[in-house]
Design a binder for this molecule. Structure first.
Ligand SMILES: *Cc1c(COP(=O)(O)O)cnc(C)c1O
Length: 432
């Protein structure tokens, strides 16, 4: 006889209290999920239309070797990205190794000695501290005579316009705006808010380059930061736009000049975009981009489910259970190292790959405390796949993201509850 779904969950180690509590929370989320599906539908259409307009063909899915001259797949994909983001040009390459590399490339190629970089939204993502030279590092922008200035957000999360205005002067060449909160508990910026900030900055200094770190933000809304004035939008293909299929890669999309500068730095002056074989990754870049709107929607639903579950269990969550979403990350403040560890072990136990291993906190390059990371991914380190990580330091928050399908994200969250329950870190409320 076939099992019903609750029995199915029991075979996956989810007891009926945890399952029933999860269902109760889910039953209240129908309207929100509908809204997410609507956005995904719009973005799906945007991607298909861009592929049609740029005449993506079967030949585009093949690759080149060696120098990679006349790589039609690579060149067409860059046009597809430019269409989706409504920019003049784009650089989308497997030679860009990760998000940090894409951001470093965008910065280093568009800044020159004597220029100043400004972050008007507070401290950037951890790994960028070494790129900029906030933490001393070989090859940083600072080593090349590029200075850095930062204006923090106000305590309520608003832009500090007064101090941003004071921080812009004749040397200010590039402004970096991080959309996602990263490892912080500040709110993520909506595209609309990014647009307001860019308008303010351009009003003071029209020729300043505005770059947006778009990591985790792609396809969450129906517009992207390049549609509200950003000169460069940068991200990783092992997050949203790779759709879980891209095995490597990053993108920089923006003005012709910014992208050209980045291309000359990525390959070599004189060569630029003309070289760079795509090997065999093009079909995964195209198919991943095609899937990205619905994959991002699945991850968003997972994040909203997590927020509602953990808020109901009494933990602070950012964003909260009802807030609008501008990236796929869910922060949950568990308050204890044991909580962070149990949560991550639950996520790991839900994986398809490496489900039997147990993650432990460890010192990681680029981070200033031990970090625990749960990721059983098809693409190593991919965080559009179901994953969670947390630094082992107060306030003991865990950052949850991804899930290529909603059922997988749901199983992950139920597994975290089960692990927390078994460690006696939570009690599942009685359902009536
Ligand atoms: C992930 C991320 C990065 C860095 O990307 P990696 O691929 O991990 O190098 C930079 N900024 C933000 C906001 C991110 O989320």
């Amino acid at each position: 006889m076939e099992m019903n779904i609750s029995e199915m969950y029991q075979t996956m180690g989810i007891d009926s209290d945890v399952y029933t509590f999860g269902e109760k929370i889910l039953s209240k989320l129908e309207e929100r999920f509908k809204e997410i599906d609507k956005n995904a539908e719009y973005n799906q259409w945007k991607v298909i239309r861009a592929m049609q307009e740029n005449r993506v063909s079967e030949a585009c899915l093949l690759g080149t070797t060696g120098y990679g001259y006349n790589d039609i797949g690579r060149d067409t994909l860059e046009k597809v990205y430019a269409s989706i983001f409504k920019t003049e040009d784009a650089l989308v390459r497997p030679q860009i190794t990760c998000g940090t590399h894409a951001l470093a490339l965008a910065l280093m190629s568009n800044l020159r000695p004597g220029d100043e970089l400004l972050s008007p939204v507070g401290k950037p993502y951890d790994t960028l501290e070494e790129v900029i030279g906030i933490r001393e590092s070989k090859g940083s922008l600072r080593e090349y005579g590029i200075t850095y200035r930062q204006v923090d957000l106000l305590p309520d999360g608003a832009f500090d316009y007064e101090n941003i205005k004071k921080a812009i002067h004749d040397k200010t060449k590039l402004v970096t705006i991080q959309r996602s909160k990263g490892y912080q508990t500040r709110p993520t910026l909506s595209v609309k808010r990014i647009g307001e900030l860019i308008a303010f900055i351009k009003d003071i200094k029209p020729d300043v380059i505005c770059m947006v770190d778009n990591c985790y933000g792609e396809f969450v809304e129906i517009i992207e930061p390049s549609e509200v004035g950003a000169d460069m939008v940068v991200g990783s293909l092992i997050k949203n736009p790779g759709g879980g299929l891209a095995p490597i890669g990053g993108y920089i999309t923006g003005t012709k000049e910014c992208v050209e500068n980045a291309a000359f730095r990525l390959t070599s002056p004189g060569l630029g975009k003309e070289v760079g074989a795509s090997l065999g990754v093009m079909s995964s870049f195209y198919e991943g981009l095609f899937l990205s709107p619905t994959v991002t929607a699945a991850a968003l639903k997972g994040a909203i489910f997590a927020a509602n579950v953990y808020e109901a269990l009494g933990f602070p969550v950012v964003p909260n259970s009802t807030e609008s979403r501008h990236d796929i990350i869910q922060a949950v403040t568990l308050g204890t190292p044991e909580g962070v560890i149990a949560f991550c072990k639950g996520i790991q136990a839900a994986a398809s790959v490496d489900s039997y291993v147990s993650p432990e906190p460890w010192a990681m390059p680029g981070y200033d405390s031990d970090v625990i990371m749960a990721a059983g991914a098809f693409v190593s380190g991919s965080s559009i796949e179901l994953s969670a990580d947390g630094p082992i330091k107060p306030p003991y928050a865990v950052y949850f993201q991804g899930g290529l399908t909603f059922p997988h994200a749901k199983l992950g969250i139920l597994k975290t509850m089960q692990a927390m329950k078994e460690q006696k870190l939570i009690e599942i409320p009685c359902i009536h």
